[in-house]
Design a protein around this ligand. Structure first.
Ligand code: HEM
Ligand code: CU
Length: 562
């Protein structure tokens, strides 16, 4: 039987099992969270399917309880578990041949913290005791278990960060003077960025939300709470995005049949994210009172800076894909495109995600442009924008990765029917998201608010009938996408067949055309120096405002309006 030999594979690579646990929990969260999506899309098409949803899931009390679950499970839980998996596993495998092993005890502690925190927060969410949306702005007041569970869940990511940092420090000790290998460099800058970024949310939770929800303090200052929230709230999107970027740089070119064209550019991208991800949060507070317009302008400029690494990424990855197509014999201006491996969902999903990222990024630059934000702020435009980013590029890159990663982690091979279902799932997901993006952006320009059960007021937005048709269509397409993709995923995970050769398959790390040597790379490898610079930038961008807010607090009592 083929099953013999698998225990040895796991014994020599125990990090495989941990990664599989992170991934599986993440995709279960995505499945549950996404189920509310089609109902929301129909809502933005003026079709009220909530009576049906309440019959299917009797615990659902309202549109907003569903939306809270959707935002929390997809944007916080799924994304974080993907980051824990990818930004741990790739460096762990890269460093293994160099004699560095991860401290897996930490990794398992993190898994149990994530799982426990998730269960604790799920209880009030499912019981309609914390229908405060995934931004939980005070004075809306949720149940204490929601804040505590969410905090423990987020803290789990920091433990994984420590584990990866530990691997890197051991690498440095064992190989003095050697440049950090690429995947590890990405992971280290990534986790350092996240340590700095998470501070805002940690302070908000530990000093305000948790004591407040336990009744230890009477009120919270909404402006201060929002400012601390967005300290983390912007960089959290890079926390979602960079694991996808890591896969785009490290794995996608290989799957496409080519090479990564530049190692130093890939490093530069991650370094720029370390520097500029955090000091930009006021772009979520352009419409807030009590924040000086000059500081809003400073954050607007810094936000446009942080678009640069994504532009570099677009060119680097597109060039790497073109190289792959040329290697495969593609000729002419566009001839390299059809020869790429379009039969393979592991290739198709991230590439479709990248296409969605073009209008997604353009919308982001609009949002960032200070006074332009007043046109779109809090309208349906905003979910239109971020479903292209996190709902499409990030999610689809992870969806694609499972088609090589799960066989690689478990030895369970990708059969023809599963491949086909997966391919259908990712195409439908892409088409559905693009159609929804048209509907939501368009409605936003017609002043339809986000976060609204508009199907309950069917005459209020009758002037948006055309984009509504797009939203209805997208809801139906995305429901089909969910069915195909999750069928493929669970068929892959739950099958009995296992092959040692599949379990032993290597991580498909891409070869690099221009190597990771030279002065630039050595300079970028001074990670602590860059980290210190990032800390200074954040202090400059935030402390003047935060000192004022902390010394002029106006706490207000909480309320429950649901
Ligand atoms: C299955 C496909 C999906 C559909 C049809 C869908 C649809 C929607 C719609 C229409 C909204 C706007 C609701 C409102 O403002 O009232 C929304 C909100 C949101 N979605 Fe999705 N979505 C899907 C998947 C995802 C995924 C995969 C993610 C992230 C990984 C995501 C993250 C979010 C977030 C963060 C919000 C904002 C929640 C809030 O405003 O509190 N969605 N979704
Ligand atoms: Cu932002």
């Amino acid at each position: 039987m083929a099953v013999r030999g698998l225990p040895q594979v796991y014994a020599s690579h125990p990090e495989k099992k941990l990664t599989l646990y992170y991934l599986t929990l993440g995709f279960i969260a995505l499945l549950v969270g996404s189920l509310f999506g089609p109902f929301q899309a129909l809502n933005y098409g003026n079709v009220d399917a909530y009576p049906l949803l309440k019959r299917l899931l009797p615990f659902v009390q309202s549109y907003y309880q569903g939306l809270t679950l959707h935002g929390v499970l997809n944007a916080i839980v799924f994304t974080q578990l993907m980051a824990m998996a990818i930004m741990f596993y790739l460096p762990a495998r890269e460093l293994a041949p160099l004699g560095v092993k991860p401290n897996l005890a930490l990794g398992w502690i993190a898994w149990w913290m994530a799982f426990g925190g998730l269960l604790l927060a799920a209880w009030p969410l499912l019981a309609n005791e914390a229908s405060v949306l995934y931004t939980f702005y005070p004075p809306l007041q949720g149940h204490w278990a929601f804040y505590l569970g969410a905090t423990v869940f987020v803290a789990a990511s920091l433990v994984v960060g420590l584990m990866v940092l530990g691997m890197w420090l051991r690498f440095r000790k064992l190989h003095p003077g050697k440049v950090t290998p690429l995947a590890t460099y990405m992971a280290v800058t990534f986790w350092l960025m996240w340590f700095l970024a998470s501070l805002g949310l940690v302070v908000e939770a530990v000093f305000f939300l948790i004591p407040w929800s336990f009744g230890l303090i009477q009120g919270v200052d909404p402006l201060l709470a929002r400012t601390l929230f967005w300290w983390t709230g912007h960089p959290i999107v890079y926390f979602w995005l960079l694991p996808a970027y890591a896969l785009l740089y490290l794995v996608l070119p290989r799957i496409a049949g080519g090479k990564l064209i530049s190692d130093p550019l890939a490093r530069l991208v991650f370094l720029l994210f370390l520097l500029f991800s955090v000091p930009v949060g006021f772009h979520h507070q352009y419409a807030d009172p009590g924040i000086d317009p000059t500081w809003k302008f400073v954050h607007a400029v810094l936000t446009l800076f942080v678009a640069v690494p994504s532009l570099i990424t677009a060119f680097t990855i597109a060039a790497s894909l073109e190289l792959a197509g040329r290697n495969r014999g593609g000729k002419g201006l566009f001839g390299w495109i059809p020869v790429l491996p379009w039969h393979n969902p592991a290739f198709v999903a991230p590439v479709l995600g990248l296409i969605a990222f073009i209008p997604g990024g353009a919308g982001g630059i609009v949002n960032a442009s200070y006074s332009l934000n007043y046109v779109v702020h809090n309208t349906a435009w905003v979910p239109g924008h971020f479903h292209l980013q996190v709902g499409t590029l990030v999610t689809m890159t992870m969806m694609g990765a499972v088609f090589w990663l799960i066989p690689h982690l478990t030895g369970k091979p990708l059969s023809e029917p599963i491949r086909k279902a997966g391919l259908a799932g990712v195409w439908l997901w892409f088409v559905g998201m693009m159609v929804m993006a048209v509907g939501l952006h368009w409605q936003g320009l017609l002043f339809v608010p986000r976060r609204s059960y508009i199907a309950e007021v069917p005459d209020a937005y009758a002037h948006t009938a055309v984009p509504m048709v797009f939203n209805v269509l997208s809801g139906i397409i995305l429901l089909a996408a969910i069915a195909f993709f999750f069928y493929a995923l669970f068929a892959l995970l739950l099958q009995g067949r296992r092959e040692v050769a599949v379990a032993e398959s290597e991580v498909p790390f891409t070869e690099v055309l221009s190597n990771g040597q030279g002065r630039m790379v050595a300079l970028m490898d001074r990670v602590w120096f860059w980290f210190a610079l990032a800390v200074i930038l954040v202090a400059l961008a935030y402390l003047p405002t935060l000192v004022q807010l902390f010394t002029n607090m106006n706490p207000v009592p909480g309320m429950r309006v649901w």
